[in-house]
Write a protein of this length. Sequence first.
Length: 195
Amino acid sequence: MSSSNPVYEPGTRGTAVVDIFRFDPKSGMIAEHWDTVQDVPATTVNGNDMFGTVSNPHTNQPSGPRWSTSLSEKIATSYFDTLLIDKNPDAVRYLAPEYYQHNPTIPNGSAGLREQFTNFFRQFPNLIVERKRVIADKDYVAIHAHYRLSPEDRGQSVVDIFRVAKQKNGELKIIEHWDAVQDVPATSANDNTMF
């Protein structure tokens, strides 16, 4: 998996792109590819760009011991499932007090997120979110999912990326979040779907 900011025209903000690759174990070659592409907005409500790292350590590389991967995956998928599949804003219990947000429309911290998703679930009670794949490496977890506002909606391809950190009390919490969101198009050059 990789996340990038290609800028095709000088002077523009470009796009946020998350690419997911599956490698064939026998040949070592790329066997399958998914991506989600989103235009980078001019401003964000949280003051964070879509690509930087605010939490410590300031690195975009996974860190921590290899064994922490399964723990990070458990925290991120529990949060994701509680919030988006169960539609329960109490999922904020999985967030660190200093939670940093990189989605341009969501503020930092858990209070704004709780309020925003409470209103969103009221507005779209038929929301369907299906987890398609989870990729975890140490303190980073990416979840590729299909979001639909109703059963008839083509929906959106969304890749959520979470960073998990140990708190002073020893608990693991989500400290940072990035995402890329793309509408599922009506037509495609292949028959494989975005998922």
